[in-house]
Design a protein. Structure first.
Length: 245
């Protein structure tokens, strides 16, 4: 695949992630952001623009920015908080895809005292065993590099960050993996919130089996790709022209 084709595919994939998230109710107004490192350009990133609802975004609406958040390509502006969060994680942790949402069930855990996803209670959550970090110190709206750096430090070597009073960040090496994790993170949080809402105690699996399940799920990453390709087919069916430029 040529460099130009790779960049266009990156635009299509990030658009598919944004639109699919909107279809699933994982978005919030015109806020939150998905970003992706441009193939072959570790200092340039695609990100959704300010002011557009995720359900209306097309590939050519995405904006290319540099590591300082300066718009290099695109006809739209970028929300200030977007790149203060995303740039620090892209650059500090070398993550290619960074998804940030305030999706409801994951955020519900973020506003509980000591809120944690119990990765031993639900098979879907087992994929996140030893992959989640928690930032329990809210630093206000991310309007400078210092707050982005603080979040980056809190992420450490993990792929998922729960932000107290705020939301979650999910990172991966490609859009399909990141979106699949985002989807299953919200499903896992939803099941846990529903279970805890009964007043009963969560039943936890033995840790050796949790670790085994985590390895098994990680070894079947083709499911992430198949899931994402299916979502693009659904967009083709239900929202013709979504990928047109």
């Amino acid at each position: 695949m040529s460099s130009r084709d790779s960049m266009q595919q990156a635009r299509i994939d990030l658009t598919a992630a944004l639109r699919s998230a909107a279809r699933m109710g994982l978005n919030e107004g015109v806020c939150n952001h998905f970003s992706f490192e441009l193939p072959g350009h570790p200092d340039r990133f695609l990100i959704n623009p300010q002011g557009l609802h995720w359900s209306e975004i097309r590939p050519d609406d995405l904006v290319v920015v540099d590591e300082a958040g300066k718009v290099l390509e695109g006809r739209h502006a970028v929300e200030p908080t977007a790149f203060f969060i995303h740039s620090r994680i892209h650059l500090g942790k070398h993550k290619k895809c960074v998804l940030h949402t305030h999706m409801p069930f994951a955020t519900a855990l973020c506003i509980l005292e000591g809120g944690r996803l119990d990765c031993a209670a639900n098979q879907n959550a087992m994929r996140f065993w030893d992959r989640i970090a928690y930032d329990d110190e809210y630093g206000g709206v991310a309007l400078d590099d210092a707050e982005g750096d603080r979040m980056c430090d809190a992420l450490g070597d993990k792929d998922v960050l729960f932000l107290a009073h705020h939301g979650v960040i999910v990172c991966a090496d490609n859009v399909a993996y990141a979106f699949d994790d985002l989807y299953y993170l919200e499903r896992s949080c939803m099941v846990q919130v529903l279970a805890q809402g009964t007043g009963g105690r969560l039943k936890r699996a033995p840790i050796n089996l949790v670790e085994q399940a985590a390895r098994q799920i990680e070894g079947e990453r083709q499911q992430s790709v198949l899931h994402f390709e299916a979502l693009k087919r659904l967009l083709d069916r239900d929202e013709p022209g979504w990928s047109d430029t």
